[in-house]
Design a protein around this ligand. Structure first.
Ligand code: PHE
Length: 342
């Protein structure tokens, strides 16, 4: 009976059950057998019965040992098997956001020219965003900036009132106040304007600012630097051209256009048949800006040094590089859009 029961044991639970049924110390079959034998056996038969009982017990014990050592049956194992050769479902890895990636690429181009990287606060004072950048209080040039202001600032002097910075240019002044010239710095960051969102405008967007100050920096340094940077970003066949423009903090100021990267300058839908795409603003640092910096760092005496500055919109560049037609995609958080950059 024990042999028959042992031959059917296929799981560790069944083996334990077998042990309890046959060898259990209180209720086991062998315990019951020995109790009844010892009660009823005649004294002269006890020796013989004891030997046969021990033989039976060791048979049951070895059956148990064999069953425990054998482990689960082949069929039980096969049912539980995991096929490690099957292809796995791939976990999603995070990816750099296209705006971050583009911003880093622009920064890298200038880092290779020896520029360092600076940052400043997104909530800025009127002084840094406007006054020190040569937008005097009430100056009409302020109207071009569509400013979002922080509420309940009216009690403060104008220069201390808080707003969301409309450009990264205030970090020019913050940096100059901290570091004497010479200076070569790029400033990536988020900016805000009170604008209606559409396919090409977003009230939150990003800029990379640049500032170079030294003795004898000229407009040709500006042209050479930006021409190189545009070739590094868009390919060596790209051409640049400069048009007169106006910013309060640069004089002279210019807008920079690059030859259309979609048609090579021949004229297409993307460049409105002109062959050119406008990409950034720049100019020679206005002496009035240096005068503000010189209040904290006398080295910025506009009679002794000169410099150029530039600012570019990151979304515009990313849209061109990646063929994105709706700026809102960058801020949508839509995984189907973002996964394409993984
Ligand atoms: N701050 C300007 C803007 O946002 C861009 C700019 C930066 C122009 C530096 C000239 C020099 O419109």
């Amino acid at each position: 009976e024990a042999r028959q029961a042992a031959s059917a044991l296929s799981t560790p639970e069944a083996v334990e059950e077998f042990r309890l049924v046959w060898l259990g110390r209180k209720q086991g079959k062998l315990k019951q057998l020995s109790d009844s034998l010892l009660k009823s056996a005649a004294p002269e038969a006890r020796r013989e019965i004891g030997q046969r009982f021990n033989a039976l017990k060791s048979v049951v014990e070895s059956l148990l040992e064999d069953a425990a050592g054998a482990g689960p049956s082949d069929s039980a194992l096969a049912a539980e098997a995991i096929d490690i050769t099957l292809p796995s479902t791939r976990g999603l890895l995070g990816a750099e956001h296209p705006i971050t990636r583009t911003m880093n690429e622009i920064v890298q181009v200038f880092a290779a020219l020896g520029y360092s990287v600076g940052v400043g606060p997104e909530v800025e004072t009127d002084f840094y965003n406007f006054e020190s950048m040569n937008f005097p209080p009430g100056h009409p040039a302020r109207d071009t900036q569509d400013t979002l202001v922080i509420a309940n600032q009216e009690r403060r002097p104008l220069r201390d009132r808080l707003l969301l910075r409309t450009h990264t240019s205030p970090v020019q002044m913050r940096t100059m106040e901290q570091q004497p010239p010479p200076l070569r710095i790029v400033i990536p960051g988020k900016v805000h304007r009170n604008e209606a969102d559409d396919a090409t405008h977003s009230s939150t967007f990003h800029q990379v600012e640049g500032l170079c100050v030294d003795t004898n920096i000229t407009f040709s340094d500006l042209k050479g630097t930006l021409d190189h940077a545009m070739k590094a970003l868009f390919g060596s066949s790209v051409k640049t051209r400069f048009f007169p423009s106006f910013f309060p903090f640069t004089e002279p100021s210019a807008d920079v256009q690059i030859s259309c990267i979609f048609c090579g300058g021949k004229g297409c839908r993307r460049c409105k048949q002109s062959g050119w795409i406008e990409l950034l603003g720049c100019g020679m640092v206005d002496p009035a800006v240096f005068a503000f910096a010189a209040e904290k760092q006398p080295g910025y005496d506009p009679k002794k040094i000169s410099g150029f500055a530039f600012g570019m919109g990151v979304e515009r560049i990313a849209m061109m590089k990646y063929g994105v037609s709706d700026i809102g995609q960058f801020f949508s958080g839509d995984m189907r859009f973002l996964e394409q950059f993984a």
